[in-house]
Structure formats: C-alpha cells, structure tokens
Write a protein that binds this ligand. Structure first.
Ligand SMILES: Nc1ncnc2c1ncn2[C@@H]1O[C@H](COP(=O)(O)OP(=O)(O)OP(=O)(O)O)[C@@H](O)[C@H]1O
Ligand code: SF4
Ligand SMILES: [Mg+2]
Length: 345
C-alpha cells in the first residue's frame, strides 16, 4: 500500500469466502484484496458482520472447510496459503503467523498454567526442551509487562486480571516471533489505560521484530493510534482504502464519512453533534442490489439514473488509495466539505 516501499509480506487477492447454510449462501467476504508489508500495520475497520474476522480466520486457515467455499489467493511471503496442506498451515500458525483474539479467557485453557500454555506453543514449533520452554515463557511474560514473571508463570488464567490475561495471550501469540500478527479487537474488553499499554506494547514489539500487523477494530480512534494503512469494510467488501492520514483526514466513501461522523473528533473536542449512521448493516444472505450501502447512504439520490441501487461500484485503486462509489471525486469534495470544515476548524 502507499505508505510502504517494501514488498508485501502478505498479499490477499480477490478473496471470496462463502458459507452454505440452510437459508442459502452467506457471502461473508466477496472479492477482497489488500497487502501488508513487514513492519507495517494495516487497520481493518467496519461494523459488526462486515467480514473482518472471517477474512482473518481464513488467512490463518481456521475456517470450517465442510461448508465453506474459498476463492482467490492468499500469499504469505510468496507461499499460497489456500493451496497449503492443513499440516503446513499448522506449522505456519504460531511460527510465521499468529492471532490475538478478543476474548483471552476463551482462548486460554483454564486447566493449564499460563506458563505451560506459552511454553507448549514454543516447544511444539521449535522442539525446545521443557526447561528451555519454561524459560522462554518467563521471558515472554516479562516482555509483555507481567510483574514477577518467574512467579506468575505458574498461575492459572483465572488468577490473572483481564489485562494480564490479554498480555499473556499476546505473549503466546509472539512466543515464536511470528512475522505476521493478526489482532482481532484485542483491546475492546479492556479499560482505556490497559488498552493504551497494550497498543504501546504491540508498537514496541513491531519495532523490535519488524512484525507485519493486521489490527481489526470498530474504533477509528484505535486506528488513528496504531495503523499505517486502513481498509474499510462494508458487507464483505472493501469500500475504501489508503494511508491512515488519507482515510481519516479525507475520506472518499460515504460510509467512511459516516463512521467518522459517529465518533468524537480525533483531534480533541469539537462542537459537532455525533451522528450515527442510520439503519443497520446489510444481510450477507440477500445483500442489497447495486451498492451494498445504498439503503443507508445519504448521497444515493445525488447519483443520476438510480445507479446506486442497480450497479455495483468498482473499487478503483491507484497507488494503494481507492474507494468504491459512483459519486465523482468532485461531488465528494463538494458534499463532504461541511464535514471537513466542522472537524478540522
Ligand atoms: N461459519 C459461518 N457460517 C455462516 N455464516 C457465517 C459463519 N461465520 C461467519 N458468518 C457470517 O459472516 C458474516 C461476517 O462475519 P464476521 O465474523 O467476519 O464479522 P465481523 O466483521 O468480524 O463482525 P464483528 O465486528 O461483530 O466481529 C456475518 O454475517 C456472520 O454471521
Ligand atoms: S455508490 Fe451511491 S449508495 Fe454507494 S456509497 Fe456511493 S453514493 Fe452512496
Ligand atoms: Mg469479528
């Protein structure tokens, strides 16, 4: 993407993930493309049900193959994950790529100590001895800021606070120095202070190891803090992408504009009432015709010929910057101007 001059470490091309259900086909991800370079963070933002988690679980190979149809290409360091065997994916998970989930308690086993769980992940991928794995677990706990790690290594997850459990999960995700880390709403359940500490921790680790990070969130404030590039998802598709500055400062898509209008200013208090996007996210079973956002879009009537409800807008991307909307860029400049004035003055 635009902010990188390096080769992408992860490259997702025209990814489609469809689930067969009793009610029909759920097109959870429907033609998604993006890149992430080493040492960079891609923020993926979108409302609930837009396909963020499905995209990332598919990258990791953690989908249920029985009812899932996947098309496209996922290249990790040049290797196509969609044609890799389950065994190969298992090797890559933990070693080359790993994930931090939202709910640490659900992701850590209650029956084993935190240290054992971190150590076993290390042992499995490196063949290290039990002693080496325990030492590594202590080192990782120290690195993620757990006090007295040599004692806490023998605690069970329920003996940790919520913030500590989240740190322990980060330690587990990073124990094999993965080159790609996917963080799916890792801080949503935490209070603001712990949230900030965990974001700082991820940034430090990224600087140290050059990790590529995908950070999924509903929160544009978090994106403003951590991302280099941003991908905005709506109804299983990318509606806008660009650098953080481009997307947050000069949104090109009415949906991104809506997201920004429904959150407090990123630069301190502004006397603008917040206006949440009316309506609800689209069904992925029977998505709206044309532009999937049209039933909720305040600008749909500005496009002539009723195009918004009949023709799907293409995502035009130049140098990593693009959006999928029938409005001309001049129209957007004009219509979005009020927004820009109220937020930046
Ligand atoms: N195994 C499955 N079978 C059928 N539908 C599924 C399956 N997994 C996910 N979906 C559907 O795919 C869509 C995208 O889900 P996904 O979990 O990716 O959303 P999300 O963007 O991560 O939302 P949230 O912000 O709430 O986590 C949803 O409509 C969801 O119901
Ligand atoms: S294509 Fe039409 S409905 Fe979709 S975002 Fe643009 S103006 Fe709105
Ligand atoms: Mg999700």
């Amino acid at each position: 993407m635009t902010s990188t001059d390096q080769q992408p470490f992860l490259s997702v091309k025209d990814l489609k993930v469809h689930f067969s259900t009793e009610d029909g086909t759920v097109k959870a991800v429907d033609g998604l493309s993006f890149d992430v370079a080493k040492g960079k963070t891609l923020g993926i933002v979108g409302e609930s049900g837009s396909g963020k988690s499905v995209t990332n679980l598919t990258i990791l190979g953690l989908h249920d193959p029985a009812h899932t149809t996947i098309e496209g290409e996922i290249l990790l360091d040049g290797e196509n994950l969609l044609t890799s065997s389950p065994r190969e994916l298992e090797r890559l998970r933990g070693n080359k790529m790993s994930m931090i989930f939202q709910d640490a308690l659900a992701s850590l086993s209650p029956y084993h100590t935190v240290g054992r769980q971190i150590g076993e992940t290390y042992r499995k991928h490196t063949g290290a001895s039990k002693k080496e794995s325990r030492d590594r677990a202590i080192e990782m706990l120290r690195r993620v800021g757990i006090p007295q790690p040599d004692m806490r290594v023998d605690d069970y997850p329920h003996q940790f606070s919520g913030g500590m459990r989240q740190r322990a999960m980060i330690a587990m995700a990073l124990v094999c120095d993965p080159e790609l880390l996917i963080a799916d709403e890792p801080t949503t359940a935490l209070d603001v202070t712990v949230q900030a500490q965990i974001m700082d921790l991820l940034k430090d680790l990224q600087q140290e190891f050059g990790t590529a990070i995908i950070f999924i969130t509903h929160d544009l404030g978090v994106i403003a803090d951590i991302a280099d590039d941003v991908l905005v998802m709506y109804g299983g598709r990318c509606v806008e992408r660009g650098t953080k500055r481009e997307v947050l400062r000069s949104p090109q898509h009415p949906y991104t504009l809506g997201l920004l209008s429904s959150m407090p200013s990123l630069e301190g208090p502004v006397d603008v009432p917040l206006s949440p996007i009316p309506g609800s996210p689209p069904s992925l079973l029977n998505p709206p015709s044309g532009c999937r956002f049209h039933p909720r879009c305040a600008f749909a009537d500005k496009v002539s010929g009723g195009l918004c409800s009949t023709a799907q807008p293409a995502l035009d991307v130049v140098d990593g910057r693009g959006s999928a909307c029938h409005l001309t860029l001049d129209q957007r400049d004009e219509f979005f101007a009020d927004f820009a004035v109220s937020r930046h003055n």
